[in-house]
Design a binder for this molecule. Structure first.
Ligand code: IPE
Ligand code: IPE
Ligand code: MG
Length: 248
């Protein structure tokens, strides 16, 4: 696994111009395994190692918020054995990384339909969220059983409920109020969205929040994604001109 980066690359990174929020669609575990004539499961195991390395890198560099797309609402349709393996890897990750998150001042949060996760995963998740709750060094946001459309539906339900109860005036709803009713309430929108494995699509990820994210798609398959490439992407991000609809 690529866990180190050459000083030549690291030196070009301007630590005063880091994205406040990086979101990653971690794709390509299955293809990584298939290329090696291995079962897809092996790809997910290797993918979990890449997660560890990228979390560590973000913490080291000083990225304030990292959101990782680990399991989508659509991923429930995969074969039962693959879903079960992903769930067991998730539980393993939560149990094995809990102490490191505490030591490295990382706060864990989850976004998605958490109630759909198996009981043992929910317990491990809640434990990690609870013990890291006061950490301020970095927010690690795991998108689990997450779908952007489901999130928007949940937001509409909660706003509509308040309107019916007379707690909210429908005609005074603003983009800020909408954002406040999403799973990501209180977090800045992603500045940088990375997708591995070369697919040019969003796959139902953070549909509202990525309105002005800079997008970077790499052909690298997720298990091969490491620190050096991540830093190169951050440098590319720092050289982009963000306009937000305005003129220069
Ligand atoms: C990403 O890798 C992991 C999840 C979606 C859970 P994939 O399993 O989608 O790998 P590919 O796209 O089949 O290569
Ligand atoms: C997106 O990858 C979901 C995650 C990375 C968790 P998929 O592999 O599920 O997306 P599609 O099917 O290629 O759009
Ligand atoms: Mg995929």
């Amino acid at each position: 696994m690529n866990s180190s980066a050459s000083p030549a690359v690291t030196d070009r990174l301007d630590v005063s111009k880091l994205p406040g929020h990086v979101a990653i669609i971690m794709d390509g575990n299955g293809r990584w395994a298939e290329k090696r004539l291995m079962n897809r499961i092996k790809g997910h195991q290797a993918g979990a190692e890449a997660v560890r390395s990228i979390v560590r890198t973000c913490r080291e560099i000083g990225i304030p918020v990292l959101t990782l797309y680990a399991f989508s609402t659509e991923n429930w349709q995969r074969p039962e054995i693959e879903v079960a393996t992903l769930m067991s890897l998730l539980k393993k990750f939560l149990d094995s990384e809990r102490n490191e998150m505490i030591e490295n001042n990382i706060r864990l949060n989850a976004i998605g339909q958490i109630e759909k996760l198996p009981e043992d995963v929910r317990v491990a998740l809640q434990r990690t969220i609870d013990v890291t709750g006061k950490n301020k060094g970095m927010l690690l946001n795991l998108a689990l059983s997450y779908g952007g459309r489901a999130e928007i539906v949940d937001m509409v339900k909660s706003i509509a409920g308040k309107a019916i109860d007379g707690k909210m005036e429908p005609y005074s709803i603003t983009p800020e109020i909408v954002a406040d009713h999403l799973y990501t309430r209180g977090m800045p929108d992603p500045d940088l969205l990375i997708r591995t494995s070369g697919e040019m699509r969003i796959s139902n990820f953070l549909l509202w929040q990525i309105a002005y994210a800079e997008i970077f798609i790499t052909d690298t398959l997720w298990p091969d994604f490491g620190k050096e490439e991540f830093i190169k992407i951050l440098i590319d991000f720092q050289n982009r001109e963000r306009r937000f609809g305005n003129v220069r």
